[in-house]
Design a protein around this ligand. Structure first.
Ligand code: FE
Length: 162
């Protein structure tokens, strides 16, 4: 009898695991890009590596996209995952590219970041887990969010080149 209960519990647990893997909002179902540190170093510039893989932050007003206004899609500089649309980009005045929404909730992940004595929410690429920037709750409508993203974490694909 005890064995049957254990087997039933085991099956139930496995079902829960399977269900969690099907949830695209968690980014688990997406084809993940996984590379070793050495591989990342080989395919990124040192500056990109510092931002994407070491959670760095470029200096404000130095990136190539904070004042960029072309129509198109911003993709992850690490894996080309489509992250943000120019439709949701706005000038936050901060010196970093700002978006009030991600292209799709499954494209990015967020997690609490207590580094440097601050309480912030880190934004990472759901596909390759690279650091992109932070999201703050002082953005414009309709979301009220400000995805504050490093230019070095992004590449831009113009609409007519897609
Ligand atoms: Fe990525």
């Amino acid at each position: 009898m005890k064995k049957i209960i254990l087997i039933t519990l085991y099956c139930f647990a496995m079902q829960l695991v399977a269900q969690s893997k099907k949830n695209p909002a968690e980014g688990i179902f997406m084809d993940k890009v996984e590379r070793t540190d050495k591989e990342w170093q080989a395919c990124l510039t040192p500056a990109e590596y510092q931002i994407l893989r070491e959670k760095g932050t470029e200096r404000a007003f130095t990136g190539k996209y904070y004042n960029h206004k072309e129509v198109g899609t911003y993709v992850c500089a690490g894996c080309d995952n489509e992250l943000f649309s120019s439709n949701t980009k706005y000038d936050s005045g901060s010196g970093w590219p700002a978006f009030y929404d991600a292209l799709d909730k499954s494209k990015v992940n967020t997690k609490m970041d207590y580094s440097f004595g601050m309480k912030r929410i880190e934004v990472t690429c759901a596909k390759c887990d690279s650091h992109l920037g932070h999201v703050f709750e002082d953005g414009p409508r309709p979301t009220g969010l400000r995805y504050c993203i490093n230019s070095l974490a992004l590449d831009f694909v113009a609409k007519d080149k897609k």
